[in-house]
Design a protein around this ligand. Structure first.
Ligand code: SAM
Length: 243
């Protein structure tokens, strides 16, 4: 049995030649199905159809999102349930399976951890094919370098942004932006922001400027992206004015 973890970037236009070759070598793809109108599943279906690959949709186990106090525990339980669901498919079908990962598998994605767990339970070999990540596409769209010359980049989630700023971060890429706080209370009003939503899709939105000047523009662009696609994913780079 073999598993190929394939980064698909932000859609079919980002499937690299290497990823396409990997998909051609697979017997089927396994993908989580989060709801009846799962937009990312639809993208995966399109990519599989384009590469003549059967897609096995596996209903995604419910995740407890109501207990931020035990966020890590809730995610661990959810991963364990996913492992069990995928193990069943692999045992039944065998062969070579692909997991199509949104963006790059190395960034805020659990597939590598899940497949590592599967490899303990099943005799599988696995490899990883990289994809274009949201921060990479953000940088390309805004034509920026994520780091200042010789400077570090901190990459974190919106829920941990305050922690990153308190620890002295001055150049921060923020993913999972649902709880991004750009209000005056955040202390970020005079920082620069480069923001993007639904990058690489028809509902893409971009905004850049000083936080205080563009915060309402970001709200409006978010509403447009959500209204147009029915969902929103956003990412941004925040940089302190003096750095
Ligand atoms: C679970 S993480 C997955 C990241 C992904 N593996 C990558 O390489 O970009 C999802 C987050 O990535 C960012 N993201 C993913 N796709 C995006 C897109 N098309 N436009 C903007 N941000 C995106 C958002 O911050 C979103 O909340």
């Amino acid at each position: 049995m073999r598993v190929r973890i394939v980064g698909i970037g932000m859609g079919p236009q980002h499937v690299t030649a290497e990823a396409a070759e990997a998909l051609r070598s697979c017997d089927y793809a396994i993908a989580p199905e989060k709801s009846d109108d799962d937009a990312l599943l639809a993208v995966r279906r399109g990519i599989c159809a384009a590469h003549d690959l059967e897609l096995v949709a596996v209903p995604d186990p419910a995740r407890d999102r109501d207990d931020p106090a035990d966020y890590a525990g809730a995610v661990r339980d959810w991963h364990a349930a996913r492992v069990r669901a995928y193990e069943e498919v692999l045992r039944e079908r065998g062969g070579t399976a692909a997991f199509l990962v949104w963006g790059d598998p190395s960034l805020y994605d659990s597939t590598i951890r899940i497949v590592t767990e599967l490899a303990i339970r099943l005799p599988i070999e696995y490899d990883v094919l990289p994809g274009i990540s949201a921060p990479q596409l953000l940088a390309a769209r805004h034509r920026i370098v994520l780091n200042g010359i010789g400077q570090p980049v901190h990459l974190t989630t919106a829920r941990r942004l305050g922690e990153a700023v308190a620890a002295g971060g001055t150049n921060i890429v923020v993913v999972l932006g649902r709880r991004l706080d750009l209000s005056p209370a955040s202390g970020l009003s005079d920082w620069s922001i480069w923001w993007g939503a639904n990058l690489g899709t028809p509902s893409e939105e971009l905004v850049a400027g000083t936080v205080a000047d563009v915060v309402s523009e970001i709200d409006e662009a978010s509403a447009r992206a959500r209204a147009s696609a029915g969902w929103i994913m956003d990412v941004c780079l925040l940089r302190q004015a003096s750095s």
